[in-house]
Every structure is written in C-alpha cells, then in structure tokens.
Ligand binder design. Structure first.
Ligand code: AMP
Ligand code: MG
Length: 419
C-alpha cells in the first residue's frame, strides 16, 4: 500500500493548468483569471451623493441645530442619472438623490432626515455638516490604471459586477476542464427497467457526472463500458483524444474482470493501486498523452471518496486553482468513532453540526463502502488516522464537503434553518 500523501502528490505533479482562453465576462463565474485586469476608467465615474438630501455649502450650516435650523433657498431638484443644471451659491441648496452628481458650488450633503420644509422654495437644515460629508469622490472605489484583479483570482459574483462597472466585456481565464465519465461493469444497467438476476443500476456515473459539475468542470457522459478490454481500450483512447480528463469507475481492484487496470497496464501508462485509506483503497491512475485518467473503485462510496481525494484536487489544478483542498476543521465527536488499526487512514461519513461552541460530528449512517445513502446524508468526512479511533467527546479532524451544516435543536446561531 502507498500512502495517501504520496499518491496524491504524484497525481498533482502529473497535471497542469489548461491553456487559457478568452470568454465573455458574464460567463466567467467561478473561473480562475489568467491575466491582470486593469481599470481603464474611474469608479465611480464622477463625484456623487451617498444620501438622499440636499447639496449645499458646508459653511452655510455653521451653528445649525435641531431647534435652531438655518434656512436655505432650494434652487433645483436633481435625481440620479441627470447632469446638474444649476450651481449652488451661498445660502442655496439643491434637492439631490443618491447617486446624482454633485452640482458645482456644493461641497457637502445634508441627509434629508436632518432637514424640514415649510414651502417649495426653502429648506430648514437642522444640523451642521462638514466639508465633503456624504460625497463619494470620483475614483473612490477604483482609479484608472488600478490593477483590479490578478492572475489566479477566482471570479465570484461581485467580481463579475466589478468587471461590468469597468466595461470589461471579456476576460482571459483557465477553461473548465472537460471531463468524460465512464462506468464499467457487465452487471450495470441504465434507467428504470426490471433488473435481471445479478444486475444492478448504475449509480456511480450519475454521481460522478454530478461531482465533476460540482467541481466546476464540464461533465461528458460516455455511458457504460462492458468488462471487455479491447472495447474499453478503444473508448479510453478515443476519450483521451477528445477530452481533458477521464474518470472511470469499477474494474480497478484484484478481481478477474478488472478491466480498467488491465487496459491501463497494457497501453503502458502509469498505474497505481492500493492506497492506504478506507474506503477507496484501489485506484488506477495514468496519463494517456496529456489526459489524466482516474480509475476509481466501483463501490459507490469508494468511488465518491476517491474522486474527492484524488480527482477533484487534480481537476482544480487543471482549472487554474491554487487552493485545491476542502477546508478541514476540528469537531467534537458526539459518539465513539471506534476503529481498528490496519495501517490505513479512515474517512468516515459524518454529519457536521455548527453550534455556538464550534463543530460537532456524528456518523451519518452505515460505513460500508456500498452504503451510498450515508454518503448522501454526510456533509463531511472525519479523517481518522491509523489507531483505535476517537472516543465520544474527543476531537476529530473533519473535511467539510459543503457549506451547509445542521444546527443543534433550538439553536439561535445565525444561519440556523428556518422553522
Ligand atoms: P468492481 O471494482 O468493478 O469489482 O466493483 C466493485 C463493486 O462496485 C461491485 O459490487 C460492483 O457491482 C459495484 N459497482 C461497480 N460499478 C458500479 C456502478 N457504476 N454503480 C453502482 N455500483 C457499481
Ligand atoms: Mg466491475
């Protein structure tokens, strides 16, 4: 058996980021930037008011209080979206709405809440203001020439907004890897028909297609391959030619029909098996041309965890990410996590809860490598190093698989589910 870290390091060394391409900025959500984006314009493009109120000269408000307001002449009305048509002189004010440009002559804004009106042409100002109060200066967010984003930045929704505010219509990014998914096994059937003796439904392929999509890649469904070496070889070589990566499930352990392992060995690409983890001990990995192929184990939970531990970080490298790993946190075990020493790291499927004193974790169901329902209910994997496990109340390391947690009964913790 080889160690998890050793196998993972070798996989990561054999993949590299895909060649960058240019895409419309609106399609770049979640992608990794491959260029520096510089601002050609200022944001905001002109000085404007942050509040609904009156544009005035701050010196005119000297001595104004709640009970002894100063009165100014209202000489104009300026909504957002229009250029000022009048200047503000001494003793004058312009009614102004959030986002409207500051009229000439004005040097401050009084919020409407601090004013009153007794007629259409005058306003009472009930407080002093200082120079530039509530004025957002030109370029206060971004100045022309500023470097706004750098290579390696992951574009989130706000990034897309910033690009739009700067009229940047396209960006150079690392493309989503196109990942082909193949199930192998003579026992597999597709869809909802009757099962003949010995047959099962294919759960890995839909799951792995979803995991590929969830990892920010483009998933390509190549169906079920039978346990036939020459047919599988042809399918793998063809897929290696067309796609950026291949994920298969089944056929990598030590059975008589373990075709993926056999084919990868025959076409002479790197092959490993037997990683010191449970579940997901068997793994076949190779590179056909420049296309990595992840031969994941057939048992559904093993397939899922093997994808999580090996394929996902490698696909993230290909997509240009530098943060490859899920977050790992400390959690309190709410029950015993007993295990036997066997030279392997165990990854137990757990439900992680988040309460006022931090994370807690309990097993989400049966821990057999075929019990996919417990994987489906898990939001984390407890990482149990070789040994006897962790007793109730002890501390666990848990890899978080989602940003959704459960919350203790009656929890007032922010983010608790609505009832
Ligand atoms: P294998 O590694 O091919 O021997 O498969 C190990 C176990 O996983 C066997 O019980 C298979 O029937 C099962 N299995 C393999 N592929 C799939 C799949 N696509 N969906 C569900 N179970 C599978
Ligand atoms: Mg099989």
């Amino acid at each position: 058996m080889r160690s998890l870290e050793e196998v993972k390091a070798e996989i990561l060394e054999s993949v590299s980021p895909l060649a960058p391409v240019v895409v419309p900025a609106g399609e770049a959500l979640g992608l990794v930037l491959a260029e520096t984006v510089r601002a050609a314009e200022a944001v905001p493009p002109f000085a404007n008011t942050a509040m609904d109120g009156y544009a005035l000269r701050f010196a005119d408000t000297a001595g104004a209080t709640e009970d002894a307001p100063v009165t100014l002449n209202v000489v104009g009305d300026l909504p957002a979206g229009y250029a000022p048509s009048v200047a503000v002189g001494e003793g004058e004010a312009v009614r102004i709405m959030t986002g409207a440009p500051i009229p000439d002559g004005a040097d401050s804004i009084i919020p409407v809440e601090r004013t009153s009106r007794d007629c259409a042409t005058r306003v009472q100002v009930h407080a002093e203001v200082k120079l530039n109060d509530h004025i957002r200066p030109v370029g206060g967010d971004v100045l022309p020439g500023d470097s706004v984003f750098s290579p390696g930045d992951v574009l989130g929704p706000a990034s897309i907004g910033v690009l739009s505010s700067l009229a940047v219509s396209s960006v150079r990014i690392y493309p989503r890897p196109r990942v082909a998914v193949i199930s192998t096994g003579d026992e597999l059937i597709e869809g909802g028909g009757a099962l003949a003796p010995g047959q099962i439904r294919d759960s890995n392929r839909p799951m792995l297609l979803a995991m590929v999509t969830d990892a920010g890649c483009e998933a390509i469904d190549l169906g079920i391959a039978r346990d036939d070496e020459s047919a599988l070889e042809e399918a793998l070589l063809d897929a290696a030619d067309k796609y950026d990566a291949i994920v298969t499930s089944g056929g990598v352990s030590v059975g008589d029909y373990d075709v993926v392992k056999a084919v990868l060995a025959r076409i002479g690409v790197l092959v490993w098996s037997q990683v010191a983890i449970k579940p997901a001990k068997p793994l076949a990995f190779g590179v056909i041309g420049s296309t990595p192929i992840f031969g994941l184990p057939g048992n559904p939970v093993s397939s899922n965890i093997s994808f999580e531990l090996f394929a996902r970080p490698a696909l993230r490298v290909m997509a240009g990410h530098t943060v490859l790993e899920r977050p790992v946190v400390d959690a309190v075990a709410t029950a015993d996590f007993a295990r036997r020493s066997d030279g392997k790291i165990h990854f137990d499927r757990v439900t992680v809860s988040l309460g006022p004193s931090g994370f807690t974790a309990e097993r989400s169901g049966g821990q057999g490598s075929n019990v996919l329902s417990a994987m489906a209910h898990a939001n984390g994997l407890a990482i149990l190093p070789d040994g006897d496990g962790v007793e109730a109340g002890g501390s666990l390391r848990v890899m978080l698989l989602t940003d959704h947690f459960s919350y203790p009964e009656g929890s007032e913790f922010s983010g608790a589910p609505r009832t």
